[in-house]
Design a protein around this ligand. Structure first.
Ligand SMILES: *Cc1c(COP(=O)(O)O)cnc(C)c1O
Length: 350
């Protein structure tokens, strides 16, 4: 067993353990964890300095998750509807998602696949994998495949190698991308053998999900350095969250820190309308002010694109320019197909 697998076998799943360690009442945590499972790696847990801090809020259950609203749902992006075969989400003609596992080493409380993660629907059995590959092969318009999940880097090296090899041998697929949070929550996963496996795959883009400057640990920096040295192109995605990273200085420090580690900020996501995550929402106006602050101070290389993934699977649109028709308590954004889409523009549950 490799070190990362040992760490994985010892992820923390008991809210009592954490509550005891920090001296807080476990009861509210227990209630939310009964609805949405709790799991965190020791590494990520070790980044918490105090209850309620930005790391805590991302991984610890919170009674605000119990808040319900008809506009919050389990599959806000209608991924099911855009799934031609199990394991594939195909919304844009030229790129498709391949969901390779439903497992995650840390279950993020803000996750947009929250509530679907541990379900069998996200497990890619070998027969499902064959069907998924047959689908990707049958669509010559697909140029890019994005491995996601769950956490794609939870797959063992051999399995990952098999999948990447099969995809690389499909003629019309030029680019492979992996969406991962492993370098943040389980940096031990970035082993030398993984790095050399990825080195053989080009072009390969690794988009790392990172939300707060305190996540930029020395272990993370080391993982990025080794990945970047092999030619894997690194990018980042950040979810804008109230109480986590909605201060301008926090986002500035995050983007500067990422750029220094050769990670190019890619997206700043406005939270999706996922059940159990309403308390993380900020207003779009607030997000736009943050973006102006970043644009005024940072090199263009460090400025992400601020986007909303529209409900119903209409795609990501920038919260800028013509895409924003109006703001207010319900904003109206314009989808790429011209449709006007309402976006609830407030926070809930606190
Ligand atoms: C986000 C997403 C992609 C990738 O979009 P990019 O803008 O290229 O990062 C592809 N397919 C689906 C279904 C997505 O949600």
């Amino acid at each position: 067993m490799q070190e990362w697998q040992k760490q994985l076998a010892h992820t923390v799943t008991s809210v009592e353990t954490v509550a005891g360690r920090f001296g807080v009442d476990p009861e509210p945590l227990r209630e939310a964890a009964a609805l949405y499972p709790f799991r965190v790696t020791s590494h990520y847990l070790g980044l918490i300095e105090a209850p309620g801090d930005p790391i805590w809020r991302q991984c610890m259950p919170d009674s605000a998750e119990l808040f319900e609203d008809v506009r919050l749902c389990v599959d806000p992006l209608a991924e099911d509807r855009h799934s031609p075969v199990p394991g594939v989400v195909h919304r844009h003609p030229d790129r498709a998602l391949l969901l390779v596992t439903g497992g995650c080493p840390t279950l993020c409380r803000f996750c947009f696949r929250k509530g679907r993660l541990d379900s069998d629907a996200l497990e890619l059995s070998s027969s499902r994998f064959d069907d998924a590959i047959a689908y990707l092969e049958s669509r010559p318009g697909i140029r890019e495949v994005i491995l996601t999940g769950g956490e794609p880097l939870l797959l063992e090296d051999d399995r990952l190698d098999d999948i990447l090899t099969v995809l690389r041998h499909i003629d019309h697929i030029d680019i492979l991308r992996i969406h991962s949070r492993a370098p943040i929550v389980l940096p031990a996963r970035i082993t030398d053998s993984l790095v050399s496996l990825l080195q053989g795959v080009s072009p390969l883009y690794l988009m790392i999900h990172v939300n707060h400057p305190r996540e930029l640990t020395s272990e993370f920096a080391d993982a990025c350095a080794r990945l970047a040295d092999t030619g894997t192109v690194l990018g980042s995605q950040t979810v804008l969250m109230r109480g986590v990273n909605d201060e301008p200085e926090t986002l500035e420090a995050l983007m500067r820190g990422l750029l220094r580690l050769r990670v190019r900020p890619y997206y700043l996501h406005h939270p999706d309308l996922t059940a159990g995550t309403g308390h993380f929402r900020t207003t779009l106006e607030h997000g736009r002010r943050l973006m102006e602050y970043l644009q005024d101070r940072l090199p263009g290389l460090a400025v992400p694109r601020y986007v909303v993934d529209l409900a119903g699977g209409l795609g990501k649109v920038p919260v800028a320019g013509d895409c924003v028709e109006s703001l207010g308590s319900t904003a109206i954004l314009r989808a790429p197909n011209g449709e006007r889409v309402e976006v609830p523009n407030k926070s809930w549950g606190e």
